[in-house]
Design a protein around this ligand. Structure first.
Ligand SMILES: NC(=O)C1=CN([C@@H]2O[C@H](COP(=O)(O)OP(=O)(O)OC[C@H]3O[C@@H](n4cnc5c(N)ncnc54)[C@H](OP(=O)(O)O)[C@@H]3O)[C@@H](O)[C@H]2O)C=CC1
Ligand SMILES: O=C1OC[C@@H](O)[C@H](O)[C@H]1O
Length: 416
């Protein structure tokens, strides 16, 4: 009951956060498009940030931009993305365009001297990501900030989970899995995710979360895609768009990672199939040296499994389980003498666990944490220290490309 009440409180507080007055030096952000994700990802988080003002919105249609600006109380609106980029009063842009347009508009925004918060996936493919990062690096100092909007990776709960994983990283992870799906019917038939031409597909959309989770867990890049099974979308995407994906990766040190996700999740007979997104990390069995639980001629072994439920949206609710399975074995022949399990559950809704000076609160969503870091970077402040470099975004896109290639599907293309 307590968990339900606090979850309901957080849902309310995240959607209706306190709205402090803006600083006179607040960063003025423009939004490229009227995408549905805007309110969750940038408008509401900005409303609680004294250092950020949503100053303009641009759309391909002036009427749509005007109506959107009125609905969200945005001061300026433009009927083209170019016009917003040409506005000298805009410091930074948030780009929630279809995936295939990310690279083009990010480069245009950087050329215009704007800081860029670019939705995930960073670009359509790795070579595009490399070209964007090269372009960024070629700009004279001080360069504008460029960040892939990989929101969950900024949340303290994800960082807390990774801090538990860290001691297992060196050759001690046996397997890890990440699973994230969206119910069938959530995305309408005309959604951008079903368009190959816009770099759609499940792997590009939700699959990128699971791949990033595995890369963060192992703290390194997959050596090889061992296998990739895709379920194709029936009615769109020229037969090239995946609606579901499962893939397996070999990581250095012997661990195997797997992903499982769909943007049209359904169960038997097309019935809804609700699965809470989760990441599971299973360690190898290791000896507990000097254990007082093992008698003469016995060894005490322990296997740790860490599970985080709701890794992509931990601000609403999450749970982290630390499960230790203990076994006492006879050293001579490995016979199990005794076994038991110890389990505990943790949460980390704020950075309090790190004893940082960050003044965060329950109404800080993953997007609010990410925005904080984006603004900190613009202002040269350290904040939580979490960052996603251009190099990281290139490696992330390479893992996506390699998975599509293994599944014998074409790597996504960029367009303008
Ligand atoms: N971080 C997160 O939690 C989420 C991230 N995303 C990411 O954000 C991006 C946008 O996703 P989503 O909000 O679902 O997208 P929407 O379809 O709602 O919005 C995309 C916007 O792009 C503009 N646009 C420009 N060219 C085209 C085109 N050819 N076809 C369609 N729209 C076009 C449109 O705005 P206009 O007409 O006004 O110019 C449209 O509203 C994606 O990259 C997605 O991966 C999405 C959801 C969640
Ligand atoms: O980034 C995302 O997160 C939430 C999902 O619903 C959505 O498909 C995806 O784009």
């Amino acid at each position: 009951m307590g968990v339900l009440i606090s979850t309901l409180y957080r849902i309310w507080a995240i959607n209706y956060p306190p709205t402090p007055p803006k600083n006179s030096s607040a960063i003025r952000v423009g939004i490229l498009s009227t995408a549905w994700i805007n309110s969750l990802a940038i408008i509401t988080p900005s409303s609680s940030h004294p250092g950020v003002t949503i100053a303009a919105v641009a759309s391909r249609s002036l009427e749509r931009a005007a109506a959107y600006a009125e609905r969200f109380g945005i001061e300026k609106w433009y009927g083209s993305y170019e016009e917003l980029l040409a506005d000298p009063g805009i410091d930074a842009v948030y780009i929630p365009l279809p995936n295939g347009l990310h690279a083009h508009w990010a480069q245009r925004a950087l050329e215009a001297g704007k800081h860029v918060l670019l939705e995930k996936p960073f670009t359509s493919n790795a070579s595009c990501a490399q070209a964007l990062v090269n372009f960024h690096n070629s700009l004279p100092e001080p360069r504008p900030v460029l960040l892939e909007a990989f929101h969950f990776r900024f949340h303290p709960a994800w960082r807390f989970f990774l801090s538990l994983v860290a001691p297992m990283r060196k050759d001690r992870i046996e397997e890890a899995s990440a699973q994230f799906s969206v119910q069938s019917g959530f995305f309408k038939p005309n959604d951008i995710r079903w368009e190959f031409d816009l770099a759609g597909g499940a792997l590009m959309d939700i699959g990128t979360y699971s791949i990033a989770a595995l890369r963060d867990v192992f703290g390194t890049e997959p050596e090889e895609v061992l296998g990739a099974d895709v379920r194709m979308h029936e009615n769109g995407g020229e037969g090239k768009v995946d609606e579901g994906v499962k893939a397996w990766y070999q990581f250095p040190g012997g661990g195997v990672g797997s992903i499982d996700g769909s943007i049209a999740e359904r169960g038997w007979f097309g019935l809804p199939r609700i699965r809470i997104p989760k990441v599971m990390v299973k360690g190898k069995e290791v000896e507990v040296k000097g254990s007082d639980r093992a008698g003469n001629g016995e060894v005490h072994l322990k296997r740790r499994t860490l599970t985080m439920w709701n890794f992509p949206g931990p601000h609403f609710w999450h749970s982290i389980q630390i499960l230790d399975q203990h076994t006492i074995r006879r050293a001579a022949d490995g016979l199990t003498i005794k076994s038991w399990a110890e389990s505990e559950y943790k949460t980390a809704y704020t950075w309090a666990w790190m004893a940082t000076k960050i003044q965060d609160a329950a109404h800080w969503s993953t997007y609010r944490h990410m925005l904080d870091q984006f603004i900190n970077k613009v202002q040269g402040k350290e904040g939580s220290g979490v960052w996603i470099s251009g190099e990281d975004s290139i490696k992330q896109m390479k893992a996506i490309d390699d998975t599509y290639e293994k599944a014998r599907l074409p790597v996504r293309l960029a367009r303008s």
